[in-house]
Design a protein around this ligand. Structure first.
Ligand code: G1P
Ligand code: ZN
Length: 544
């Protein structure tokens, strides 16, 4: 087996976004495209030679091809050992778990998360560092810089390896261990949650649940955990077989794309609890019978009830949420007297807070929830956390959330996405907004007075790095807020996200339909940002 040094020329578009490099599969299929990026990662890292790297993906189209390429490149670049998920399957949280458990140098996760898969869909690759979390911005920037100058890459000339059988193999001088995709992750979950109590609830006969894996990576995890380990009946997990095109679906756990589950939970004779996961298993949607829990409420409820869960009984040091996530969490943190950090969008910003033990639980409005158990958000972890709370409190999901609102007040919250809009026009919208910011404070709009208006900037309290231009926030004196930002994960045109939030302390006014409750603020956002004018869209593509 010999090492080939292949001449190449740089691509100009290998800049990692909010969560790794995401492109259409056809982009990755260009000769040298994946290789250039992977070599740029190796060229940027120091000291990986002889070390262990973890490798896996969400099972989407191109996963296997990419795994074989990366294995051969890792060998040629002097990596000591690669631990690869059986069948190429490793969820994002499981990868983080395996990196940490084995003290690995880092890992590659092959996924474009919720973006559709298949030959015409998207593919993605992200690099995680030794703490198990996404590479910080200074690393991804260095990778991008390298990708613009790369001249050659190294790859072993060898046959493809069989990654469908557990065991230890040799590839050149490198060792490859094909590992069980679920085992480490299951062990970690068993350490955090009261599995016996949850099992009693699930097998009691008076509690039913339905878990939708949306034909993506969590199928094998959910079947093992809920059906085998926790005793739920076969068929509890739907969409449980990972497919290369996710069965033609869009593995995004929200009310629009997880419609199969929504129909079940909002239908007749609905189960007590439902949950869905996204493509790579890091996100979740939680439903009760005829009841939707917003992700912003979910992290607030988990925080308020963390003392009921074995892994968190010792107390929380603090919590963190991304800037556009509702401020429901802040109210819990204030009451329980620990800090609540507000970070830019993207899980990587939680890494330092978790490493420094400043935050224990974190959440994003985009259906991402997690804790210091790993360094990624974790969909099934959130599901188990909810089940543990339900098993202790013996109340319904709806009762628990209603009771939470009556205690802390309700933050009405919604996100409106305008997908695939013209990039230049979307940027104009943001520029026009920015130019108004300095004159806004104090201004009165249809009953709302502007308290502050800024472009969010974040100084990391641990390494003091500064991240600017993270979204435009307009806060009003009554505690309501509108936020505008452009997505960093889309692959076509631009996606404008509008986040709208209002606060209601009076429990007699906490059961208004969300869009109705927020209508005055939605209208105001139109007026201030001229969304229809710039996006040339009458209505949002997705409302969550
Ligand atoms: C979106 C979400 C963000 C999440 C990211 C990766 O990013 O909004 O919270 O961390 O996907 O899953 P965006 O497209 O908004 O940049
Ligand atoms: Zn994801």
């Amino acid at each position: 087996m010999s090492i080939n040094i292949v001449k190449t020329t740089p691509f100009s578009d290998q800049k990692p976004g909010t969560s790794g490099l995401r492109k259409a599969v056809t982009a990755f299929e260009q000769p040298h495209y994946l290789e250039n990026f992977v070599q740029s990662v190796f060229d940027t890292l120091n000291g990986y030679q002889g070390q262990t790297i973890v490798l896996g993906g969400d099972g989407r189209y191109y996963n296997r091809t990419a795994i074989n390429t990366i294995l051969k490149m890792a060998s040629a670049n002097g990596v000591g050992k690669v631990m690869v998920g059986c069948n190429g399957i490793l969820s994002t949280p499981a990868t983080s778990c395996v990196i940490r458990e084995n003290g690995a140098f880092g890992g590659f996760i092959l996924s474009a998360s919720h973006n559709p898969g298949g030959p015409k869909g998207d593919f993605g690759i992200k690099y995680n560092i030794g703490n198990g979390g996404p590479a910080p911005e200074k690393v991804t920037e260095a990778i991008y810089t390298r990708s613009k100058e790369i001249q050659e890459y190294k790859i072993l000339e060898a046959a493809d390896l069989n990654i469908d059988t557990l065991g230890v193999f040799k590839l050149g001088t490198m060792e490859v261990e094909v590992i069980d995709s679920v085992a480490s992750y299951l062990k970690l979950m068993e350490n955090l949650f009261d599995f016996e109590l949850i099992r009693n609830l699930i097998t009691s006969g008076s509690f039913r649940l339905c878990i939708d894996s949306m034909h993506a990576v969590t199928g094998p995890y959910a079947k093992t955990i809920f059906e085998t380990r926790l005793g739920a009946p076969a068929g509890t997990v739907i969409g449980g077989i990972p497919l290369e095109d996710f069965g033609g679906g869009h593995p995004d756990p929200n009310l629009v794309y997880a419609h199969d589950l929504v129909e079940i939970l909002f239908g007749e004779n609905a189960p007590d609890f439902g949950a869905a996961s996204d493509g790579d298993g890091d996100r979740n949607m939680i439903l009760g019978r005829h009841f939707f829990v917003t992700p912003s409420d979910s992290i607030a409820v988990l925080t308020a009830n963390a003392h009921l869960v074995p892994g968190y009984q010792a107390g929380l040091t603090g919590v963190a949420r991304s800037m556009p996530t509702s401020m429901a969490l802040d109210r819990v943190a204030e009451r329980l007297k620990f800090p609540c950090y507000e970070t830019p969008t993207g899980w990587k910003f939680f890494g330092n807070l978790l490493d420094a033990n400043k935050a224990t639980l974190c959440g994003e409005e985009s259906f991402g929830t997690g804790s210091n158990h790993i360094r990624e958000k974790d969909g099934l972890w959130a599901v188990l956390f909810w089940l543990n709370i339900l098993a202790v409190r013996k109340e319904s999901v709806e009762q628990i959330v209603q009771q939470h609102w009556s205690e802390y007040g309700r933050n009405y919250y919604s996100r409106h996405d305008y997908e695939g809009v013209n990039s230049a026009r979307a940027n104009e919208l943001v520029t026009a907004l920015r130019s108004q910011l300095s004159t806004m404070p104090g201004k009165q709009y249809a009953g709302y007075q502007v308290d502050y208006a800024d472009d969010f900037s974040y100084t990391d309290p641990v390494d003091h790095s500064v991240t600017t231009n993270q979204g435009i926030r307009i806060g009003f004196t009554d505690g309501s807020r509108i936020v505008f930002r452009l997505s960093g994960t889309g692959t076509q045109g631009a996606t404008l996200r509008l986040y709208v939030e209002s606060y209601e302390a009076d429990s007699s006014k906490q059961n208004i339909e969300t869009q109705k409750a927020l209508q005055p603020l939605i209208d105001l956002a139109q007026e201030i940002a001229k969304i229809r004018h710039y996006t040339e869209r009458e209505t949002p593509t997705v409302i969550t």
